[in-house]
Design a protein around this ligand. Structure first.
Ligand SMILES: [Zn+2]
Length: 114
């Protein structure tokens, strides 16, 4: 079963695109877009933000409008850290020269995920 939600972009209904035009002659409006919910599909993930926005622009406008409230849901008061092995310099030689890069390897540890 598929359904839809209305795009949560605060200005979605103000953009002049043909697919947003609704209403009868003489009383036309620009209406918020629908976002299809593919709840019958195995890949559907209700936590995917793009199930609630018709575009990147609408998503950005919502996030910018509500940034303080979104951040308040899960405040970050201290930095997170991922343990790594000591970084190593690795030089690669080619016939046309060489380049050196720094190799950084994470220490595998399930508790570091998330
Ligand atoms: Zn939208």
């Amino acid at each position: 079963m598929s359904s839809h939600v209305w795009c949560h972009g605060p200005k979605c209904h103000t953009y002049s695109t043909q697919d947003r035009v609704r209403g009868s002659k003489g009383s036309k409006v620009l209406r918020t877009r629908k976002v299809k919910q593919n709840t019958d599909r195995s890949w559907y993930n209700p936590n995917n933000f793009y199930n609630y926005f018709c575009s990147q622009g609408c998503y950005n406008e919502f996030a910018n409008k509500n940034a303080q409230r979104i951040i308040a849901l899960d405040p970050r008061t201290e930095p997170l850290e991922t343990p790594i092995q000591d970084p190593k310099k690795e030089t690669t030689e080619h016939q046309w020269g060489s380049y050196t890069r720094t190799v950084i390897n994470k220490i595998d540890n399930e508790s570091n995920v998330g």
